[in-house]
Write a new protein. Structure first.
Length: 193
């Protein structure tokens, strides 16, 4: 893993445990020479992870749509900042640059990004590891929803396993490094047959 996209909130949340997790992840990236690709902001968990990695002279690549290219949002300390036209274009650029994804707590945008990359993997457009850092049980209700989707026949167990989950940075990174994309894609098989 040379470059990893991190999706996370433009807020830090109410509990400092989320900020601490972002710092821990940035420290891991620094120690293992992994470049951060992220949304380009200086606020929220995005700003925390970028600031921490920049302080350690790590590589940070920001990708921000022009509608968010404002002084109060954009991280001016990031030297490699790609300004694109749309949110959709940002995701395409991220996809081309990254070896995998990690998702930290966040809001609508974070969930949108998570489900888009899961869908790309499900359709075999990508075959990259997707890790969910489940700090403080933040994603437990979401994980329960995925179980319901499997139980009700809307998600296959194989495709559910594409999402790697742990509450520890080290354990999650181990899962990401060991990830093997599923060979049998049941969604494509159902569409074709």
């Amino acid at each position: 893993m040379k470059k990893i996209v991190v999706f996370c909130g433009s807020s830090q949340g109410h509990n400092t445990i989320y900020k601490e997790a972002a710092v821990t992840l940035a420290n891991y990236f620094s120690k293992h020479n992994i470049a951060l690709i992220y949304g380009g902001g200086k606020i929220g968990l995005m700003g925390v992870i970028a600031d921490t990695l920049l302080a350690k002279k790590g590589e940070v690549i920001g990708i921000i749509p022009s509608l968010l290219d404002k002084k109060e949002v954009i991280h001016t300390g990031v030297e490699e900042m790609i300004v694109c036209k749309t949110m959709s274009e940002r995701k395409v650029i991220m996809s081309k640059l990254t070896n995998g994804y990690i998702v930290l707590p966040g809001g609508f945008g974070t969930l949108d990004e998570l489900f888009e990359v899961l869908t790309l993997n499900q359709l075999n457009i990508e075959q990259k590891p997707i890790g969910l850092l489940n700090i403080n049980g933040f994603f437990n209700p979401l994980l329960q929803q995925l179980e319901t989707m499997v139980a009700e026949g809307f998600l296959t167990p194989i495709n559910k396993k594409m999402l790697l989950v742990d509450n520890s940075v080290d354990a999650l990174m181990q899962k990401i490094h060991n990830y093997k994309a599923p060979k049998n894609n049941t969604v494509i098989n159902k569409i074709v047959h």
